[in-house]
Design a protein around this ligand. Structure first.
Ligand code: NAP
Ligand code: MG
Length: 471
């Protein structure tokens, strides 16, 4: 795999002001597969100067010009799909097939979709004697996590650029390679200098320097609740807009008239995607008490179909977790669940046949009480909690009894009943009766899952500020 020695800003590859590098570790082999520079606040400062300078001209390009740049960027990423997927399979542990489709092809497509969104956006509106104009907010500081590394970068960079903003990006230390490939693609097409800037480094040093920098007009962050809190506080000092995409503990409500086998299979697959390292995963399965044992049996059977193994093996559905730290956190939660009295019905430890790599067996707890830590806190691993409920109202209450509100699902015997429950859930997304992911639908949280929305045409609005001109 390619290593990178330089940051990318002001239209070129720039030497790091720090002397250290970050080792990128393969989740499956535990070996160092690449290195990127460990930047400092001085690198951030230079990148900010470039982003500020570029904003003046980039924001004045026509919508059509910016749309064409995005289409060129998407085209330049296409030949990089296999390399980016391979990098993410190493970094995150995502099975290569899934990594190719979901981790890379989808975000590359999303770059191009933003060209369409900005072409179709309504940027001016007459209200009485005012003309209300949407203008780009300015320089965006982007800080992203490791679990869907390219997707999370594109969710910020593509609409920001489309809207006329410029960007300074810090990708996650654990999974930075695909962001470097995006910078390479930008360089290859000759994207105007300073529009997309990349500084790699730690959250504590480079991340904080971005968030605190006086040239940043808005911070767009995806990551944990803990880091989000800190970022919102630092940005608040500077009266900067923040968009926060944080964690989740989403509920999947199965109603008593649902087609059980279908619903349970969908629920297990959703919870386990990317080995549970998915912010929107349905990690709580709420089931009618009378059907609890049947659901447990169906869940165990579905789980058996999800082969755990090497992300580069074609038979693998679930790879290792991203890091030793992530593995240990998840094992710690499994231990807590057992101690709290949840019934372990599948998995629960490290697989003995995979001695190398950060593997954790996909795990199911049954008869979980929603007040237990395993039901309240984000585990971010392959752990499903099956929670029995008594009435529909009880199910809604339990689903909403969470500090988070990112995603969720409902399966009922009729669309009407599913919709009735979906409307009562305090969460940013709900899939009813197997509703599929929609690339046009805004994504983001209620409650402590965050502030603001990403994905689709409505996400562009985060990057605009309104000006009212009275005539
Ligand atoms: P994290 O530890 O919060 O890190 C996210 C990013 O923030 C990383 O780039 C990190 O740098 C940086 N960072 C950490 N502390 C910072 C600070 N004080 N100032 C500035 N930057 C800082 O999260 P993670 O462990 O990578 O990712 C997992 C979390 O992300 C989960 O909670 C998950 O639910 C959430 N997530 C949410 C969504 C969503 O859309 N809602 C999507 C995906 C993931 P380092 O590289 O040094 O760690
Ligand atoms: Mg972290």
């Amino acid at each position: 795999m390619t290593s990178y020695e330089h940051h990318y800003y002001d239209g070129g590859w720039q030497a790091s002001s720090g002397t250290e590098s970050i080792a990128v570790i393969s989740s499956a082999t535990e070996e160092v597969v690449a290195r990127v520079p460990r930047g400092t606040a001085a690198d951030v400062d230079r990148a900010m100067t470039a982003a500020r300078a570029a904003f003046a001209s980039w924001s004045r390009l026509t919508v059509e010009e910016r749309a064409q740049w995005l289409e060129k960027l998407a085209a330049a990423m296409k030949p990089r799909v296999p390399q980016a997927a391979e990098a993410i399979a190493h970094e995150v542990g995502t099975a290569l097939g899934y990594a190719t489709k979901v981790q890379v092809e989808f975000p590359v497509m999303m770059i191009g979709m933003n060209a369409k969104f900005i072409r179709e956006a309504r940027l001016e509106e007459a209200l009485g004697h005012s003309l209300v104009v949407k203008e780009p907010i300015g320089v965006i500081g982007c800080v992203t996590p490791w679990n869907y590394p390219l997707h999370q970068v594109v969710c910020k960079v593509a609409p920001a650029l489309a809207a006329g903003c410029t960007v300074v990006l810090k990708p996650a230390e654990m999974a930075p390679i695909s962001a470097f490939m995006l910078a390479e693609a930008a360089h290859e097409i000759g994207l105007p200098k300073g529009v997309l800037n990349l500084v790699s480094g730690s959250g504590r040093v480079v991340g904080e320097a971005i968030v605190a920098h006086p040239e940043v007009d808005m911070v767009s962050f995806t990551g944990s609740l803990q880091a989000g809190r800190r970022i919102a506080a630092v940005a608040g000092e500077g009266i900067k807009k923040v968009c926060l995409e944080l964690g989740g503990k989403s509920a999947f409500v199965i109603l008593d008239d649902a087609p059980l086998a279908k619903a349970v299979a969908a629920g297990v697959n959703n919870c386990m995607q990317n080995s549970g390292q998915t912010c929107s995963a349905w990690t709580r399965m709420l089931v009618p008490r009378a059907q609890h044992d049947e659901v447990v049996a169906l869940s165990i059977a579905q789980l058996a179909k999800l082969t755990l193994g090497d992300p580069f093996d074609a038979a693998t559905r679930l790879g290792p977790l991203a890091s030793a730290g992530q593995r240990d956190t998840v094992l710690g939660y499994i231990d807590q669940g057992k101690k709290a009295g949840a019934t372990l019905v599948a998995g629960g430890g490290r697989p003995s046949h995979l001695p190398k790599g950060f593997y954790v067996e996909p795990t199911i707890f049954a008869k979980v009480d929603n007040r237990m830590a395993v039901a309240q806190e984000e585990i971010f691993g392959p752990v499903l909690c099956i929670i029995p409920y008594d009435t529909e109202a009880d199910a809604v209450r339990i689903a909403n009894d969470s500090p988070y509100g990112l995603s969720g699902g409902v399966w009922a015997g009729t669309p009407e009943r599913a919709m009735h429950v979906a409307r009562q859930l305090r969460t940013g997304q709900v899939d009813v009766n197997g509703g599929r992911f929609n690339t046009l639908a805004p994504f983001g949280g209620y409650k402590k899952s965050g502030i603001g929305r990403e994905i689709g045409p409505l996400a562009l609005d985060e990057f605009f500020v309104l000006k009212s001109i009275q005539r």
